[in-house]
Design a protein around this ligand. Sequence first.
Ligand code: ADP
Ligand code: MG
Length: 493
Amino acid sequence: MILGIDLGTTNTSAAVIKDGKPVFVKVGGVKDNYLLPSIVAYSDNGELLVGERAKERYIIDPESSIRSVKNHIGTNQEIPLFNPKTEATEVFTPVEISSYILEEIKSLAEEQFKTNIEKAVITVPAYFNDKARKDTIKAGELAGFEVMRIINEPTAAALCYGIQSKKQKAQHVMVYDLGGGTFDTSIIEINGDVVEVVASDGDRNLGGDNFDYAVFSTFYQAIKEKGNSAVNNIRNMAILLSEAETAKNSLTTAAKYKVKVPSLKYESTIYREDFEKLISELLSKTLNHCRSVIAKSKLKPQDISKILLVGGSSRIPAVKEMLETELGIPASQEVNPDLAVVTGAAIQAAIIDGQKVSSVLLDVAPHSISLSCVLEKNGKLIPNYCTKIIKKNAPIPCTVEEVFSTLNKDQDTVRIAIYQGESDFEEANSLIEELKFDCSKDKKAEEKEILVSFSYGLDGTIQINVQEEGTQNTKIHKVDLIKKAKAKEVVIQ
Ligand code: ADP
Ligand code: MG
């Protein structure tokens, strides 16, 4: 077995191809969590932590933690980590830190696949020089892998897309990879089985972290203006930064987010438009790099058939809008932006392993999933209207959140009816679940907002979370779509 690994600046993930489908390594914690934070930290008792536990540590004790080590790979930068047990600062190389991350993902993969895994394909940014590539191989070897190949991240993303699109004609696509700390864009030529990087460009200091800081600064200013100096406390700052990231991620699917930081007595609402304004200059910078990569490739925008959105931050709706408007090239979200690179690495690994991978199936939602509601249109109320929460062919796993309001002032229960199918109305779709949700009685209708989120997992289940805004009132329910389909023989038109 050869493991495909995306050793990212922010997150690391791994996968293999089994029976023509990618199987991702679970990193524990939340269901469907395949992203291991690329963070290493010392615990109080001198244990080296990697991933989520190291991320928590980073918040409390940044001196004992290191994140974004990938920015230093290929350099001789010394990385100091304070060991609270020995009370001494130890120095590591970027290769060593990277090897701890790779070791962690290796052991998680071995546990999941119940076998020893000794070989790996690891992805690197297209701009990595020879030294950075060799250091990545060294890190892999230190972690106990034989590194079979190093492949470029945009190539991996395009490989995943190329195989999915199954087009034989030569074509050019642009990969727009906006991650946590870096932005990379490349023009890729796909010609039959050959996938090649024609040109690349980017910014090593532009990504989701910058967006987090932009949101953080807004909150920080507002709290400071209220005269609350506790905001300067390092711990409160860390809490505020983490709340800023949550707000940013929520605004990808929701129109607004209610910020609550009890330790700073701060509450506020941030709207998607506010967020888009905050990051618009940063997004324009990425656009300039896209224009420059097109110029470098000596192609015209019309020669590029698609922009492939890759990296967690490419989920932000304003990214797709900007690229399509400014460049006139359709931007595709056909592949899961977090998992596109690792899927490509797994495909490459499977090819080296001698597997036939001409028809790798990427998981998508086979049917749209909607919530039935009453639609208000031109002053008229239209009942039994199915609002699509997860659209057909959306890459899974995914989580989508929407806010609904109750219809009547004194309404104290809400019907949560979930349908599968492509029609706008209940009768032509199949009911897959119906729940009753009790909400508070003492508020006006317009104030009762119900937050509904659907998490569509790779195991064919949907977890539905219903929450009344501003309250602790929540309901969590899980539906197994595969079992349902078997039991009810759901027929979808
Ligand atoms: P990298 O390639 O740097 O390891 P990723 O592709 O994993 O990074 O992207 C991580 C970034 O994506 C983080 O900044 C994270 O906050 C951001 N991100 C993840 N989900 C969302 C979302 N729903 N909306 C906006 N940004 C997101
Ligand atoms: Mg990445």
